[in-house]
Every structure is written in structure tokens, then in C-alpha cells.
Design a protein around this ligand. Structure first.
Ligand code: 5GP
Length: 189
């Protein structure tokens, strides 16, 4: 997605160690105009699938997911990273955070994800794929059907993309980055 790649080059900050900071338009401050274009692009890629719901994970996946849900007029449900004491019919699983170096529990209520649901998962970043794989486990556990996963940015020098594709999951990434270094951002195509 040209507009997204241009914005990443203009406002993204890259660091040694393969970390990209996009907190002026995605991860902290958000640009709703760009976010709408991201939603349109996800609709272009997934809009013909027989899905009835979009799922994402808090916090940064919510903005692109809600834009897509708005355009398709479908509900959006976000996976939580902590279990609220009031949550009923909980389905949970463990995810590993590479950035935080620890395991954490993710959960969702069966009231909003169950065997009646056909979903696409949307998130901001795909890196090692641990978050996405945990969500895939959660979807299975809930008895729902996953039709694909969409990411705003895929860091293709990390293994997430190949792990998911090897599992037979359809992965759509709007910007694929093959190299990140100090002030160096190189896209796949
Ligand atoms: P994964 O589980 O695929 O390794 O990483 C998923 C999560 O880690 C993303 O949803 C994102 O929150 C965070 N993450 C991974 N790499 C980066 C990065 O380079 N920049 C930012 N801002 N977040 C990242």
C-alpha cells in the first residue's frame, strides 16, 4: 500500500535491533485518514469472504479493525490481554511477548466468539507471530472459523509471516519490511 509505505518512510523511526516506531500515526497518536485508507485496503483484500465478524487484539489493532468493521458493517471484537473479573464464558490461552520477554494470558468471551462465527483477524504488527498464533489458538478453542489475518506492517525478516503461512493461514500485510536498521527502512517490493 503506497500511501502507507510513504508515511512509514516519512514519519517512522527505525532502530538497530529491528524495531520500528510508528507512534506518531499508529501506535500512540493515530491518523484517522490513513486509518480509513487502511480499512479500505483490508476490505479490498478480505471483503469478498463470507465473514460475519472481525477480531483484533487490544490496543493497537482496534483502530484498523473498527475502520474495516465500519465499512463492512460488521461487529468488531477485541481479544483482551487481561481477564476482567466480570467476564463470563471465558476462553483463554497463553501468548509469549518477545518485546516484554514474558508470557501473558489473552482471553475473549464465548458470548462474542463461538462456533457461529467466521472471522478475519486484524492487527498492527506481525513480527515473530506469537500474538497471532495465540489468537489462532483462541479462535479454535472458541469453535469459530478463521478466514485470514491482516496486518498493517509485517517485518518479514522475522519469522511470523512464514510460521502463519506454513500453518495454512492466509496472511495479508499492507507494508512488508525486509530490513530495518538505524535510520534504514527497506520494503519487500
Ligand atoms: P509478534 O507476536 O508477532 O512477535 O509481535 C506482535 C506484537 O509486538 C505487535 O502487535 C506489536 O504490538 C509488537 N511489535 C513487534 N515488533 C514491533 C515493532 O517493530 N514496532 C512496534 N511498534 N511494535 C512491534
Amino acid at each position: 500500500m503506497k500511501k502507507l509505505k510513504e508515511r512509514i518512510l516519512k514519519d517512522g523511526k527505525s532502530f538497530d535491533g529491528g524495531i520500528l516506531k510508528v507512534d506518531s500515526f499508529i501506535n500512540h497518536q493515530m491518523d484517522p485518514i490513513l486509518m480509513k485508507s487502511i480499512g479500505v485496503e483490508f476490505v479490498r483484500r478480505f471483503g469478498n469472504l463470507p465473514i460475519n465478524k472481525i477480531i483484533t487484539i487490544e490496543a493497537s489493532g482496534i483502530a484498523p479493525a473498527i475502520m474495516m468493521g465500519y465499512l463492512l458493517e460488521l461487529p468488531v471484537v477485541f481479544v483482551k490481554k487481561a481477564e476482567p473479573s466480570t467476564m463470563r464464558n471465558v476462553v483463554s490461552t497463553t501468548a509469549h511477548s518477545f518485546t516484554k520477554g514474558r508470557d501473558y494470558t489473552i482471553c475473549i468471551s464465548r458470548d462474542f466468539l463461538n462456533e457461529n462465527d467466521k472471522v478475519v483477524f486484524i492487527d498492527d504488527f506481525l513480527a515473530n507471530g506469537n500474538a497471532a498464533i495465540a489468537v489462532n489458538n483462541l479462535v479454535k478453542e472458541a469453535g469459530a472459523e478463521l478466514f485470514g489475518m491482516g496486518f498493517i506492517i509485517e517485518k518479514s525478516f522475522q519469522e511470523g509471516g512464514s510460521r502463519l503461512r506454513e500453518m495454512g493461514i492466509r496472511v495479508e500485510s499492507l507494508a512488508r519490511i525486509k530490513e530495518l536498521g538505524e535510520d534504514k527502512i527497506i520494503f519487500e517490493d
